[in-house]
Design a protein around this ligand. Structure first.
Ligand code: GLC
Length: 474
């Protein structure tokens, strides 16, 4: 079975968030189930030179973007046994950063049109096209409308995965005439609230919809999480499946990770070496018995930072160390820098993104805090489990599906969690975690459960394969 993934980011080529990790790791697990996957991405200038050098040109063609005729190069690399295609156009993709340009609507309209036009020139014709997030949302719409009369496209099935419903690709209705290549009768399939909406276009047209956890697939059918699209998702609930993301267990492996101070597996003693050396590196007091709580995240509202800033003083009155790494909204960056300035013995804040430091923090910390307001899946809690740092999460989306709260009576659970989006509920849960941290019988029982957790891709890859089969039969 030939499946083509289409996305706007993918490790190791280009990454801004968790989407890139999924696109960079799920295909190799799918391959093990017998699916032949290739991946297609924009050829951004930010892709490192080592990969650019290895690209070969497959085909050049002219792509229509409304009335414009634009150059498109189809490039290709085979990397670790996987074929990657890149859509090349310097006018649209030779820029710093992936998103946030004034003409993102035009850039991704071009990308979507180009993807459709290059399909006949791939090594193998895809039977299923698996699109990810709004940047690819028009592709299922074109295949199911303008292209259904062309024999090459007629039998291609489309799967669309929602990684985050909050980002939809919303543009003024005028782009319909100006940038898109639909005939008028298809306007209502891609319009929402008087605007063109790339995400809605996909939700309306794709054969199968998926999202990245079972709980999020249910949550988004309600207004609180539905970002205005809850009704349409409710209408499509028979075709909407929640499949939890896995983690690349080879890439994230504390036994072999080259970035951490000391490799370890199921060994609190060796993990402690990482903690002491990180304390030294960050200028925190070297202390074995003070719980180190880690935050590694984008600093945005979605991730629950308003809860943390709301109770920061109370939190810092506890005997803890807080290690914070990430970048994002200025208000949170300031709050955390300020906390580090006022509590140098307790807080270390690094406003940057550094993969090596992130790994050291996962390896060193005792607890990992992720109180998201909503979380389609989340990857931080999975990396934390893998590096034997106990997650404290809010029960939403993928956090709810992967973290089971510790129950001291049955000794079950692999973390701590709270239900309501409330700062003092979070604080109470952190205090509970700290109490158990100091009660070594419970703590070691909890760690045993953490060691048992397995969130690699195998199971979820199988579920995607079953869906591809189902849609091909249907
Ligand atoms: C988005 C979501 C995150 C998810 C990731 C990969 O970044 O916010 O929860 O883990 O996509 O699916």
């Amino acid at each position: 079975m030939n499946v083509l993934f289409i996305a706007s980011e993918c490790t190791p080529f280009i990454k801004t968030g968790g989407l890139a990790d999924v696109i960079g790791s799920l295909p190799s697990s799918l391959k093990k189930t017998g699916v032949n996957v290739s991946i297609m991405l924009p050829n951004y200038s930010d892709i490192p030179e080592e990969y650019k050098e290895r690209m070969t040109l497959v085909k050049t063609l002219t792509v229509h973007v409304g009335w414009r005729k634009q150059y498109c190069g189809l490039m290709k690399i085979v990397h670790q046994d996987m074929t990657y295609y890149f859509i090349d156009n310097e006018y649209y993709f030779k820029r710093k950063g992936l998103y946030g340009h004034y003409d993102d609507g035009e850039r991704f309209a071009f990308f979507n049109h180009a993807v459709i036009d290059v399909l006949p020139y791939l090594d193998e014709k895809p039977q299923v096209i698996h699109c990810h997030d709004w940047q690819t949302g028009l592709i299922p719409a074109y295949i199911k409308t303008m292209y259904t009369y062309q024999p090459f496209y007629r039998d291609i099935k489309t799967v669309f995965t929602i990684h985050n419903l909050m980002y939809q690709g919303i543009y003024p209705a005028t782009i319909f005439q100006d940038l898109l290549n639909f005939s008028d009768e298809h306007y209502f399939g891609i319009e929402f609230n008087g605007c063109i909406n790339f995400m809605k276009a996909a939700l309306f047209h794709a054969d199968i919809l998926t999202t990245v956890s079972e709980t999020y697939s249910k949550e988004i059918q309600y207004p609180y999480f539905g970002e205005n699209l809850d009704n349409i998702l409710g209408h499509r609930k028979e075709d909407l499946h929640g499949i939890v993301n896995g983690l690349d267990y080879d890439e994230y492996n504390p036994q072999t990770d080259p970035y951490i101070f000391k490799n370890f597996k199921h060994s609190p003693i060796e993990k402690l070496v990482n903690k002491l050396l990180l304390q030294e590196e960050l200028g925190l007091p070297k202390a074995e018995d003070i719980p180190m709580i880690a935050i590694v995240s984008r600093f945005v509202e979605q991730k629950g930072f308003p809860l943390i800033t709301h109770v920061l003083e109370e939190l810092l009155s506890l005997d803890i160390q807080l290690v914070i790494l990430g970048t994002g909204d200025a208000e949170f960056e300031h709050a955390f820098k300020d906390a580090a300035y006022r509590y140098p013995e307790k807080v270390s804040t690094r406003v940057t993104f550094s993969e090596p430091l992130a790994r050291k923090i996962y390896a060193a910390s005792d607890l990992f805090l992720m109180p998201s307001r909503f979380e389609p899946c989340g990857i931080g809690q999975l990396i934390a489990l893998r590096y034997e740092s106990v997650p404290i999460v809010r029960e939403t989306g993928g956090l709810k599906d992967t973290i089971v709260p510790y129950d001291e009576f049955t000794s079950s659970g692999n973390g701590f969690s709270f239900t309501h989006y409330n700062a003092h509920d979070m604080l109470y849960t952190i205090k509970r975690a700290i109490e158990f941290y100091h009660d070594k019988d419970h703590w070691f029982t909890l760690l045993e459960n953490v060691y048992q957790a397995n969130y690699s891709w195998e199971h979820s890859a199988k579920r995607y394969t079953d869906l591809y089969m189902k849609t091909l039969k249907g």
